[in-house]
Design a protein. Structure first.
Lengths: 324, 344
């Protein structure tokens, strides 16, 4: 990690960049926050470890408006989001100096707590120089251990690969974390009866508190004014009219990001109620792959997305209806 | 001191629900939140904190105020019926009970909010001591006792000790509920066991990483100094402007009032609002807080400066730590207090 700080200091000192966008150490082992660093002194608080799950791509929309270049650290999966934002003219490539950082899988403290571990005082083993095999956790109720993989975010188990899709340079080693099939959860839901599917989503989505964290963290949700925030039309949704109104918000959002969602998994990471929101998006990705050929949003900055392009080989719209 | 075996709690729930509505922590799709008891619900009183605080039992996230209906040339107005039946909230922690006390300051002050007041009149709070407090808890900073709800506005205090739940009525309402349940509660609860449990909880509370936070300087005398501090310019930057912190919070009380077009009338309802949202307190002339920095500052100034200034020093944070656990950007009130030098 120190090499990242050293490199950032060099780039600040030689004037290549005006600021650094990375992660700042929190006051617990597991709560670093996205942060700007304007000087070598401020970089003393820089951290990069297993708990730096936040995707910094979306912060670059604001950083693109600032004077000078911003050095941004992007993990392999974050680079897909950055490419997609370039494609949508939301970030300025010229305003970014990208250091692609290696990734050994990102962690969720919720997954650690789900194993009954509480009163966490410190967690060791989440650093980039660690084996990423076992986390050693000191708690108020005794010392515990937890396997690194069991604490990983869902998205890391179905990792798209540790290649950076865009970068000016790459630093730190990655570790292969894929140990599950990306579409397995979607297939399990597809196999349900319509009644079972409805019950599944009703149970999950009824936990939604409409905090909008999923929308606000989503790199594909970059509208300046969201239709759900508009006071001019009858679309503002701060509360539910029916007990299952949440579905509207989530389904509309999933449609809106279809073909543009890179499957970065931030929506599910931030949901305070643990709703597996990525399932909606991943269903769309799977269907797009089926109907239009394999497509990964954010692999490049130029190509036309399958839903914004027309070819004579496109499936007829009725195919979806026929499939039921 | 009364007690009941934990294994008998399902019977207790059933007995309460026989004559009253009962709200308690329920597991649903992997998360615990307060909800109404039903035959097939899954109570979970072992999980320390519900995701959302139980404040919505008294102040629902969304509630109808009245309905207007067109009838020929007339408009019929039907006010929503006020709560008129007693109900029990079982398992509220001391921080959440204090949260209700904070809401009381707002909704029971003149002009009294009748919707809220009706719920408070009919609500019976059964508090529960925090058997194993967690690292995100900092209720001690606000003078709240997680080990004992006896000096709070709760009606009954309970403790989970080993295989039993100890039960101590605190108010007339609590005594009445206790006598209704006398067939299930035995009156031979050992006071000494409760004392031991309280001491064990207090020992943990004293070791918690945030228990020594200092609130010095968070008061009306330092209003301008805090308001104009440059700290906010950096602090707010990671904020996603979502409403997670405000919606899981036991004391956030801001709401919006909206109309829903029912086709031939209007349903006027109110719903939780969040100072993090861009249209918060939007008025005809525009918005008086038009940057995220200002909205972010509002939340913490409200909790730590404005509210105590207007309410005899009572902070509108109770240190439950939900925002600490749930903020997607790992920002929270503790980091704000520490940034201003509150790290003893």
């Amino acid at each position: 990690m120190q090499e990242l700080v050293n490199r950032a200091k060099e780039l600040l000192a030689d004037g290549t960049v005006s600021r650094v966008l990375g992660w700042k150490a929190g006051d617990m082992s597991y709560n670093p926050e996205p942060a700007y660093f304007n000087s070598a002194e401020e970089l003393e608080n820089f951290v990069y470890d297993g708990f730096c799950g936040a995707n910094l791509s979306k912060y670059m929309i604001e950083a693109s408006k600032l004077e000078g270049k911003t050095l941004v650290f992007l993990k392999p999966c974050d680079t897909y989001s950055f490419n997609q934002l370039i494609k949508e003219h939301r970030v300025d490539r010229e305003k970014a100096y990208i250091i692609g950082v290696g990734c050994k899988g990102k962690l969720s403290v919720e997954n650690i707590k789900a194993q009954g571990i509480k009163g966490i005082e410190s967690i060791e083993g989440a650093g980039m120089n660690d084996g990423c095999d076992t986390l050693t956790i000191k708690t108020l109720y005794g010392d515990k251990t937890c396997s690194y993989n069991d604490a990983m975010l869902e998205r890391c188990h179905v990792c798209k690969g540790k290649e950076h899709q865009i970068s000016d340079e790459v630093m730190l080693e990655s570790r292969d974390t894929k140990d599950a099939e990306r579409f397995a959860q979607v297939e399990a839901i597809e196999a349900m009866t319509p009644e079972e599917k409805f019950a599944f989503f009703q149970k999950e989505l009824s936990k939604c508190i409409r905090c909008n964290a999923c929308r606000n963290v989503c790199p594909a949700c970059s509208c300046r004014k969201c239709v759900f925030d508009s006071t001019k039309y009858d679309t503002a949704q701060k509360a539910n009219v029916t007990s299952f109104e949440e579905k509207m918000f989530h389904i509309i959002r999933a449609f809106h990001v279809a073909g543009r969602c890179t499957d970065c998994g931030e929506c599910s990471r931030v949901c305070p109620q643990g709703i597996p929101l990525h399932l909606f998006n991943r269903k769309f990705i799977k269907d797009i792959d089926t109907f239009y050929g394999e497509f990964q949003a954010g692999e490049d900055t130029e190509s036309r997305g399958p839903l914004t392009n027309f070819t004579f080989d496109d499936v007829e719209p009725s195919i979806v209806g026929e499939r039921g | 001191m009364y007690k009941i075996a934990k294994s008998n709690l399902p019977e207790l729930y059933k007995a309460i629900a026989g004559s009253k509505e009962l709200y308690l922590p329920l597991e649903n799709a992997g998360q615990v939140n307060f909800g109404p008891w039903s035959e097939d619900c899954t109570p979970d009183i072992e999980t320390l904190k519900s995701v959302k605080s139980p404040k919505d039992v008294f102040f629902p996230q969304s509630e109808n105020l009245y309905t207007c209906q067109k009838e020929g040339k007339n408009i019929k107005i039907d006010p929503e019926k006020l709560k008129d039946q007693d109900f029990v909230v079982f398992g509220m922690k001391s921080c959440d009970v204090k949260g209700v006390e904070v809401l009381d300051k707002v909704f029971l002050a003149d002009p009294i909010d009748t919707y809220y007041a009706a719920r408070r009149d009919h609500g019976i709070i059964v508090a529960m001591a925090c058997h194993e407090p967690e690292e995100s808890c900092f209720c001690k900073v606000f003078g709240i006792d997680a080990a004992d709800a006896s000096s709070s506005i709760a009606d009954v205090a309970t403790w989970m000790i080993g295989e039993d739940l100890y039960w101590k009525p605190l108010t007339e309402k609590g005594e009445a509920l206790t006598s209704e349940l006398s067939g299930l509660l035995s009156s031979d609860g050992d006071e000494n066991k409760v004392e031991e449990e309280k001491q064990a909880i207090t020992a943990i509370i004293n070791k918690l990483p945030y228990s020594d936070l200092s609130l010095e300087g968070w008061d009306g005398d330092h209003f301008e100094e805090k308001f104009n501090a440059t700290n906010w310019e950096e602090l707010y930057k990671p904020c996603l402007a979502c409403g997670t912190c405000t919606f899981v919070c036991p004391t956030c009380q801001c709401y919006d009032i909206k109309d829903y077009n029912t086709g031939n009338g209007t349903q006027r309802y109110r719903c939780w609002d969040s100072c993090m949202y861009s249209d918060f307190t939007m008025m005809a002339h525009g918005n008086n807080r038009n940057s995220q920095m200002q909205r972010f500052r509002q939340r913490f100034m409200h909790k730590l400066v404005y509210f105590p200034t207007n309410n005899d020093g009572m902070y509108s944070c109770v240190g439950c730590g939900r925002c600490v656990e749930k903020c997607p950007a790992s920002l929270n009130i503790v980091k704000v207090i520490k940034n201003f030098g509150g790290d003893k």
